[in-house]
Design a protein around this ligand. Structure first.
Ligand SMILES: Cc1cc2nc3c(=O)[nH]c(=O)nc-3n(C[C@H](O)[C@H](O)[C@H](O)COP(=O)(O)OP(=O)(O)OC[C@H]3O[C@@H](n4cnc5c(N)ncnc54)[C@H](O)[C@@H]3O)c2cc1C
Length: 491
């Protein structure tokens, strides 16, 4: 049975150590930097109980109870389509602005469980732990956060060559009951809202980095686990009217610091194994499952931005102008590129091992992360071009509309045909929050980097793809003629 929103919010009221502006946050469900976003996530859980959505969002598990579909191991093309439809419902409920909604890492856990043999390392066998973890998280409908990037300290050195030993997270002690870990990881997007956090490393580690080659999952209130939050956009929002997105969908990002955290053996997935540390993401369907969620969310976010562009053009009475139709056409073409890549990746699915079910096409998944990081800033720039100065010429607060002196002034000068002041200000404040605010700028950085840096993912498109086919085609052209031009005769 999936959780209700209220059950989710109750679970957040534990001893987790979240820091913001130099102070510990006692209860994120009540704190002004987190409470609205927590409620937006709670709403997603509530949707799993609505008759119209439940059959899509949930599925019967092997043991007969209904779990969220993202936890389900896809066995067929139909399963992939069903999972995308579930991702779409949650993406639309958040307009694509919750990158790490609970279905993201839930699908990653399904990826781990699809191929547990990847966790059978030479010195540590994590197979049973992975299966038990997947069972516990799916049947408890728990929110799995994750931090799997080492902090940006010195990218020219390996983990064990950093200035100090405990900068990147590593194991410092082993006991009969488990291990003790120390160090940091970035960036815990939505980690503050999770029930548990997976800690690992998605990039390759050097052979000498075995102390750093581990992964595990622990509850957020584990002693010694500290999350240092970035600036909160939700806290600086004036109202939902003034900042409709940042006031409700600020998923938060934080630095994870582990201060001698004890991890019981049953919670360890990979231990002192540089190969398994990497392969858990790339040799299982985990990473591809992430892309399935994020490609669905990205498509939805482009639909949202394009919808904003249409509403703005209509409010400015420019919608029918041919140059504006060109701009809307450009945006619509990106929506359809995003949608088509998703559908193609499902249609060209591939099997996972001999009995691990199926996953979306890895070549298309790899290309998608390059495409999305490239297109998103362009889409934002296109909508800003359409909006012009109206995005800026907005009263500081929507409440100015109710002011006895300012209200009539705004009603007179901030309007366009069919759009009285309140409707126009409401629309353009939403647009600014999506396109120009600090929240919006963070989203540009997110779409460019959440799947890694370009110097990592662009070469991966070559590695995961078929460059030989492109090369062969060009070579066949070269091979089709000679210097003497004999095939077509001399001119
Ligand atoms: C908003 C946001 C949310 C995120 N959320 C999460 C999350 O939830 N969980 C998580 O684990 N991670 C998360 N990440 C982190 C993300 O995984 C990393 O940002 C990403 O892997 C890139 O690593 P980096 O930021 O350290 O960049 P770096 O690897 O330091 O690269 C930054 C730039 O430095 C240059 N550069 C660095 N090294 C090289 C090189 N070898 N060759 C050429 N150029 C180089 C390039 O110009 C590159 O673009 C998030 C990131 C962002 C921005």
């Amino acid at each position: 049975m999936t959780r209700t929103g209220e059950q989710y919010l109750d679970a957040l009221r534990d001893g987790r150590e979240i820091w913001l502006d130099g102070e510990p946050v006692k209860d994120i469900t009540r704190h002004r930097a987190f409470r609205n976003t927590a409620r937006s996530i709670a709403h997603l859980y509530d949707l799993t109980h609505e008759a119209g959505f439940a059959p899509t969002l949930t599925v019967e598990s092997g043991s007969g109870e209904r779990i969220h579909r993202a936890f389900h191991i896809a066995r067929s093309y139909e399963d992939l389509v069903a999972r995308r439809k579930a991702h779409k419902i949650w993406s639309e409920a958040t307009f694509g602005f919750l990158g790490r909604s609970p279905d993201y890492m839930a699908s990653g856990l399904a990826g781990f469980a699809a191929l547990p043999e990847v966790f059978a390392g030479a010195g540590f066998d994590g197979r049973e732990n992975v299966a038990a973890h997947h069972r516990r998280m799916s049947t408890g409908d728990l929110y799995q956060a994750f931090t799997i990037t080492n902090p940006q300290i010195d990218r020219t050195r390996s983990a064990s060559e950093q200035e100090e030993n405990d900068l990147y997270l590593r194991v410092v002690k082993e006991t009969d009951g488990g291990i003790v870990v120390r160090g940091a990881k970035m960036i815990g997007t939505a980690a503050a809202f999770g029930d548990e956090v997976v800690v690992g490393t998605i990039e390759p580690l050097a052979p000498q980095d075995v102390e750093y080659a581990l992964s595990f999952s622990v509850p957020l209130d584990t002693p010694g686990l500290k999350f240092v939050s970035r600036t909160s956009y939700e806290a600086s929002a004036r109202s939902v009217f003034d900042n409709p997105l940042s006031s409700r969908f600020d998923e938060n990002d934080s630095l994870l610091v582990c201060d001698d955290v004890f991890v019981p053996w049953e919670r360890v997935l990979v231990y002192r194994d540089v190969d398994a540390s990497l392969h858990q993401w790339w040799a299982t369907p985990a990473y591809n499952n992430f892309v399935h969620q994020s490609a669905t969310r990205f498509w939805t976010k482009l639909e949202f931005l394009t919808g904003l562009a249409i509403l703005i053009a209509k409010a400015n009475n420019t919608y029918q102008l041919p140059p504006v139709q060109i701009q809307i056409g450009r945006l619509m073409s990106w929506v359809n590129i995003a949608r088509s890549m998703l559908i193609a990746a499902e249609t060209e699915f591939v099997p996972v091992g001999s009995d691990g079910g199926v996953m979306i096409n890895p070549e298309i998944a790899s290309a998608h992360r390059a495409m999305a990081g490239d297109i998103y800033p362009k889409a934002v720039a296109e909508v800003k071009l359409l909006a012009g100065g109206g995005l800026i010429q907005l009263p500081a607060s929507g409440y100015d509309l109710l002011h006895p002196e300012l209200g009539p002034v705004l009603a007179k000068y901030v309007r366009s045909p069919g759009h009285p002041a309140e409707a126009r200000i409401k629309l353009l404040k939403l647009a600014w929050d999506a396109l120009g605010s600090e929240f919006a700028s963070r989203h540009e950085q997110y779409e460019r980097f959440y799947h890694g840096a370009p110097h990592v993912y662009l070469p991966a498109v070559v590695r995961d793809g078929r460059p030989d086919l492109c090369e062969q085609l060009a070579q066949s052209c070269l091979d089709g003629y000679e210097l003497d031009n004999s095939m077509y005769g001399a001119s």
